[in-house]
Write a protein that binds this ligand. Structure first.
Ligand SMILES: [Zn+2]
Length: 454
């Protein structure tokens, strides 16, 4: 594994060497996929693409995209044939797969992801790069409070953190506040890993049910993942305060490339993409598929090609995540690609032709924290997404009771800000505290964002 291309404090300092390394890996990977996967060969042949046509990274434009729907179909076919759960598109020998994880399956049957030894090693290397970004030292004790069973953020991430040098306490996401408190007091952890909604819920459980101030455990940082909240300043602030002024880091992965690929630093200038030598990132216009330039301020859907992944590498895999790119050296000294996640293209709604991301609504709602609302909100769908008729109803929880007149005024004010900034008509309904389940979740403990009323 080539790791000297990345400098821990400065990032990718030699862009030319990086590009050379990447094109070499890309050619090798495309050839490997073509030679070892009849599934991919057929797809390439269908559009007349042959591996030797790939001379520059740009030539990847002639390789067909792959996405979640195709993946699901490929896995259904493979399972039906009694081949492997991982799909017709796997490239390695199924006997080399050491672990199978799955998604939650909220939008259908779960999909499965497999990792070989090398696949885990690559992710551990990316995790090692994240350690100085998070001010983490080898041996730091980490309470890992993601749901362990099947979920990628569960056991696989616990393992790579261990490989990166951290000491992992796999408490899981379902142990309850009492066990959490007993464990935290005993092991003296420095880091907590969990979803944003878990961080808020657990802190409140500890305070309200057991009279425990989470600050007493002495956590120095919380690493958030699995939900968009980790990139919203107000959500981060709330979590930091609840846990005693801890630093907040947000980590996100790249589908079928690496569990984690990007983290924010203390300067919060976007997520540092630490895996450029392992993952080829493209930004595309989600409507036309056209490749967009990787320039500062450009917004598009992230598309991944995994350069080292052995099992079922992402080959132009459409992530469904919409990024806004940031270029230039960050104040932390690292020169890497950086990006903000604008939202999931899956979650995107169309209100009278305007693209609406629930994460963007949540970011505005969060700003009203000192006006008496919590970060807990839902978007009400009155017809099958993405198209919704205005006004789009957003239900937001009040932190405490407000007089009726004040409630009305606040709702009107919030609606006005959302309508003005996001350019669609919105109607805010404020609900009493406790009437919007703060921890309504799917199987992976991710907070639900929609209420279906159609
Ligand atoms: Zn930075």
């Amino acid at each position: 594994m080539n790791t000297n291309i990345y400098h821990m404090e400065q990032g990718f300092t030699d862009r030319k060497a990086l590009e050379e390394l990447k094109i070499g890996k890309l050619k090798k990977q495309i050839q490997r996929v073509y030679d070892n996967s009849p599934f991919h060969k057929e797809r390439f042949d269908l559009v007349g693409f042959r591996p030797e046509m790939l001379k520059r990274a740009e030539d990847l434009k002639d390789v067909p995209f792959f996405d979640k729907t195709q993946e699901r179909a490929s896995q259904a076919e493979s399972q039906e044939k009694g081949y492997t759960a991982l799909g017709m598109h796997i490239v390695c020998d199924p006997r080399d797969v050491q672990r199978i994880s799955s998604t939650s399956g909220t939008t259908g049957n779960p999909t499965f992801t497999g990792y070989t030894q090398k696949d885990s090693e690559v992710t551990a290397e990316i995790m090692r790069r994240a350690m100085p970004i998070m001010n983490a030292k080898p041996g730091d004790i980490v309470m890992h409070a993601f749901v362990l069973s099947m979920w990628i953020a569960g056991v696989p991430v616990a393992d790579i953190m261990q490989m990166a040098g951290l000491c992992v306490v796999p408490i899981g996401g379902t142990s309850g506040a009492e066990r959490f408190a007993v464990t935290a007091r005993s092991v003296m952890p420095k880091q907590l890993n969990c979803t944003p909604s878990y961080a808020v819920w657990m802190a409140k459980e500890l305070q309200n049910k057991y009279g425990i101030d989470p600050a007493e455990f002495g956590f120095e940082r919380v690493l958030l993942a699995g939900e968009p909240g980790g990139s919203i300043p107000e959500v981060r602030e709330e979590i930091s305060k609840l846990w005693g002024g801890v630093k907040i880091y947000d980590g996100i992965g790249a589908m079928h490339s690496s569990f984690f690929s990007s983290f924010n630093c203390d300067h919060n200038t976007g997520l540092h993409f630490l895996a450029e030598d392992f993952i080829h990132l493209e930004l595309i216009d989600p409507a036309t598929g056209e490749i967009l330039p990787l320039e500062d301020g450009v917004s598009g859907e992230g598309v991944y090609t995994a350069l080292d992944k052995e099992c079922a590498p992402a080959i132009r895999f459409r992530s469904g995540d919409r990024f806004v790119l940031r270029r230039g050296q960050c104040a932390c000294g690292r020169d890497t690609l950086r990006y903000h996640v604008e939202g999931r293209t899956d979650d995107m709604l169309l209100v009278r032709g305007v693209n609406v991301f629930p994460a963007a609504i949540k970011a505005i709602v969060s700003r009203f924290g000192d006006h008496g609302v919590t970060n807990n909100m839902r978007v009400v769908l009155t017809s099958k997404p993405p198209v919704q008729e205005p006004p789009l109803e957003v239900r937001v929880e009040l932190a405490a009771d407000l007089p009726e007149e004040a409630t009305k005024e606040l709702a009107a004010e919030m609606s006005a800000v959302i309508s003005k900034e996001l350019r669609f008509k919105c109607q805010i309904t404020l609900q009493a505290n406790g009437t919007l389940d703060a921890f309504q979740q799917d199987k992976n403990q991710k907070q639900q964002i929609f209420i279906k009323e159609y």
